[in-house]
Design a protein around this ligand. Structure first.
Ligand SMILES: NC(=O)c1ccc[n+]([C@@H]2O[C@H](COP(=O)([O-])OP(=O)(O)OC[C@H]3O[C@@H](n4cnc5c(N)ncnc54)[C@H](O)[C@@H]3O)[C@@H](O)[C@H]2O)c1
Length: 339
């Protein structure tokens, strides 16, 4: 391996690779995409970034490739255990996209394989690198919210029609809004609060198109914190987390450049002070809004920062900030509730 550049092979060139990872990788010179692999010819052909990379259909050919330092597994969740364990057994470094796996047993296989591998095992919960999540975490850690009482998430999309990948429709493949999407917020709950999710109770509604099209969640976290969530493939794009403490409420609206707002317990939410602080914060965040107009908003930038962190882990021999164990902890109570 070069001292300054990681040579990377990508397995899975679908929607996530094309829309999230390859554009982010193009902004991280320390990571060079040397190989692209997909069992679908059409997916391989549509991966326009990484033009100089060689293209293959069989991922097994990448395991022993001497020019590759690391492999990224960006395939559907029900394939993560087979591919991820093989990468870890090969000794190459692994970047595994979220969610960890489509079943608890697959997740355990991956965690065990990471323990005995000499490669790094990095899990891609990209929201951890989101600017507002980082700021929200620091705010919680400062103690300004007082005793933490509850957390609430709303995460919705506009997913429908024939363009949706078939695995997204089936819980057994890691699809549905709960396993593939809700897990982003379960990981954020852990990350923001430094608490574990101990128990979840779920209600889920299917449609003709999707299993788990809409879900509601009621949760108990460690330290007596309670949680609730609505996840849905309907009603449009929204990703919001609210944290409730004795001293006030912190709102993170992750698709808004000025989406971080603290409402102190003693202040009326519509009062002048709260509104004036929100207006000042919006003005200060205008450069972020401008970056967003150029396609480099917070979600895209979080992906870039995540890949920079992966490069640091490999090149500077650092422990991954998000591990397969984190992936298991984000899903453990969920799998218990589904079993
Ligand atoms: N972090 C994010 O923001 C983000 C965004 C999108 C997707 N994802 C994650 O990325 C993963 C893939 O999701 P997607 O939406 O890209 O799915 P997708 O179906 O669009 O793409 C998956 C690709 O993997 C290929 N593939 C499947 N099995 C393969 C194998 N054995 N060998 C080679 N290629 C194989 C498929 O042909 C397909 O092109 C999921 O875990 C999903 O949760 C993460």
């Amino acid at each position: 391996m070069s001292d300054s550049i990681v040579s990377l092979g990508i397995i899975g060139c679908g929607v996530g690779a094309r829309n999230v990872h390859l554009p982010a990788l193009a902004r991280v010179p320390r990571l060079r995409v040397a190989a692209l692999c997909d069992s679908s010819e059409a997916a391989l052909a549509s991966a326009l970034l990484g033009a100089s990379a060689r293209r293959l259909a069989d991922w097994r050919q990448l395991l022993g490739a001497p020019d590759l330092d690391a492999l990224a597994v960006l395939t559907p969740p029900d394939t993560h255990a087979e591919l991820g364990c093989a990468v870890l057994a090969s000794g190459k470094h692994l970047f595994l996209d979220k969610p960890l796996a489509a079943s608890a047993a697959d997740g355990e296989r991956l965690v065990a394989a990471a323990r005995s591998s000499r490669g790094k095992a990095f899990l891609g919960h990209n929201y951890r690198w989101h600017r507002l999540v980082e700021q929200g975490r620091s705010f919680v850690r400062s103690g300004a919210l007082g005793a933490l009482r509850a957390i609430r998430s709303v995460y919705t999309h506009h997913h429908r029609g024939p363009g949706v990948q078939p695995w997204h429709r089936l819980r057994s493949r890691g699809g549905g809004v709960l396993l593939n999407d809700g897990v982003h917020h379960f990981d954020m709950w852990r990350f923001l609060l430094d608490r574990e999710i101990e128990e979840l109770k779920l209600h889920s509604a299917d449609t003709e198109e999707f299993q788990d099209q809409t879900c509601t969640v009621s949760a108990r976290l460690s330290g007596g914190v309670l949680g609730s969530a609505i996840f849905s493939f309907g009603s449009g794009a929204e990703s919001v987390v609210e944290i409730f403490g004795d001293e006030g409420r912190l709102e993170l609206s992750l698709y808004q450049f000025d989406g971080l707002r603290f409402v102190p317990a003693v202040a009326p939410p519509g009062g002048f002070g709260v509104r004036a602080r929100a207006a000042a914060a919006s003005l200060r965040s205008l450069p972020v809004a401008v970056r967003g107009l150029r396609g480099q908003g917070d979600v895209a930038t979080a992906a870039v920062d995540m890949w920079r962190s992966f490069a640091d882990c490999v090149l500077r021999d650092l422990p991954p900030p998000c591990t397969l164990l984190d992936g298991r902890q984000a899903m453990r109570a969920l799998f218990d509730a589904l079993s």
